[in-house]
Design a protein around this ligand. Sequence first.
Ligand SMILES: O=C(O)c1cc(=O)[nH]c(=O)n1[C@@H]1O[C@H](COP(=O)(O)O)[C@@H](O)[C@H]1O
Length: 311
Amino acid sequence: MSMDRLIENIVKTQNPSVVGLDPKLEYVPEFIKEKKFKKYDRTLKAAAKAILEFNKCIIDEIHDICPAIKPQAAYYEMYGYEGVKTLYKTIQYAKEKGMFVMTDGKRNDIGATMEAYAAAHLGLTDVGGEKIEAFGADALTVNGYLGSDGINPLLEQCKLYDKGIFVLVKTSNKSSGELQDLKIGDKTVYATMGDMCEKWGSEVMGKYGYSGVGAVVGATYPEQLAEMRAALPHTFFLVPGYGAQGGGAEGVSKGFDKNGLGAIVNSSRGVMCAYKKEECDEQDFAKAARREVIRMKEDIISYLPRIAFPD
Ligand SMILES: O=C(O)c1cc(=O)[nH]c(=O)n1[C@@H]1O[C@H](COP(=O)(O)O)[C@@H](O)[C@H]1O
């Protein structure tokens, strides 16, 4: 089960964090951009090639100490088909290095269209009887607010191809409460969505007590993280919002269980732009990313009892 593979990577690296690869071109060091501009002019192709080199250098530096990456599709789509090619190549490269890949697409649609998204990102695409992997991530972020019709096609792919999903429950952004904190009877909308994750997940349980249906709960809402951890014992959390959005290690620790499992914390800009914050030589950008991954890991695990498989 895919969440089992994520847990195994976390225990192996003793690191419950994921690096978000959300590479705006302005984050890419000048020496890489200049090289690509010289070869391809100032084109979408040059941008996509620069981003691929940037991503690969970071993956080379962190794959032994970090269990997973989370490329956010928007940062690739903005460079058109060349950017989408870079997304595919980034996913494949990270997987070859043993990393777990969560594509952040926040996809959702009605059943038939969701089947197409599910095939694209998690399963196989049928080409005249030939089944071909399109993107091949291990997991996909999705929006569950269209209900079960939008989630069931994904569960099929999760079962068939050993994949996982992370459903938006309580998002990290400031206005997330406008809808998600409203009450349905005596329950908030986000808690109701959390319950739906537990229900969907019962079809795809893994061997460490967590299902293939995870939930996104923001690092910026520690109280809600604690509430959801207690309410959703089989749901693994993706926790974005650490660092750049103000979330801290003590807050995110509320999303973990007694074994130091149950959550993985994302940082994107914090890692990609570490070399800018350090003000080190830009040639050193990937090493700065590695230093930030180690700093973040030490920060988070200082609040956890241990990171170990359940007894
Ligand atoms: O699903 C997500 O990953 C996500 C959900 C959420 O509630 N908040 C959130 O910030 N994210 C994503 O997590 C990443 C956060 O990036 P940084 O703020 O740069 O660390 C971005 O890719 C966001 O799209």
